[in-house]
Design a protein around this ligand. Structure first.
Ligand code: SF4
Ligand code: SF4
Length: 160
């Protein structure tokens, strides 16, 4: 089976790791998410590009919630996601509102792993049964990748 970066970003309940900075508590982020989702439903009735742009432009492009997350982050089909992403709305609506080429270190390395290592990393992550907050924080602070690489190194050393 082939895995892509999107599999990593959308694993489990999704990831908000690169959708903001200086994150506060889970509770504060939940509150901001509820606000985003409520705004989204008030503005986006038919899913048109004009509605999505109105949703996006309700705040200045550089603003973030006090808890650190982006004003555009919502929950899509039960996972954290961005309604402005081309895979979601069919057009790139994030341009100039976030760094669309950004990938965390884990996602960058993941894209270079061979299929076996990708599968191993996914299995390692799933086994941890992290919630969306723990997963996103672990991606953002790089701790999950570091732990995986450490375990891998130990396995190789033990097999020598
Ligand atoms: S922090 Fe990494 S895994 Fe999470 S959404 Fe961003 S690129 Fe994907
Ligand atoms: S615009 Fe979308 S992808 Fe970019 S930071 Fe905000 S929620 Fe994330």
């Amino acid at each position: 089976m082939k895995y892509t970066e999107a599999d990593l970003c959308q694993l489990g309940q999704g990831c908000f790791g690169c959708c903001g900075r200086n994150y506060k508590s889970k509770k504060e982020i939940e509150k901001a998410l509820v606000e985003n989702i409520s705004d989204f439903h008030k503005i986006v009735k038919n899913g048109t590009i004009e509605e999505l742009k109105r949703f996006r432009d309700r705040h200045d492009k550089n603003d973030l919630h006090a808890c650190g997350i982006c004003y555009n982050l919502i929950i899509i089909n039960g996972k954290l996601g961005c309604p402005l992403h081309p895979k979601v709305c069919g057009q790139e609506l994030r341009e100039d509102h976030c760094d669309i080429l950004h990938l965390c270190r884990a996602a960058k390395m993941f894209s270079m792993f061979d299929d076996d290592k990708k599968a191993e990393f996914i299995e390692f992550l799933l086994k941890k049964k992290l919630d969306w907050y723990e997963f996103s924080m672990g991606m953002d602070n790089d701790n999950l990748l570091k732990e995986f690489l450490r375990e891998n190194k130990n396995k190789i050393n033990n097999n020598k």
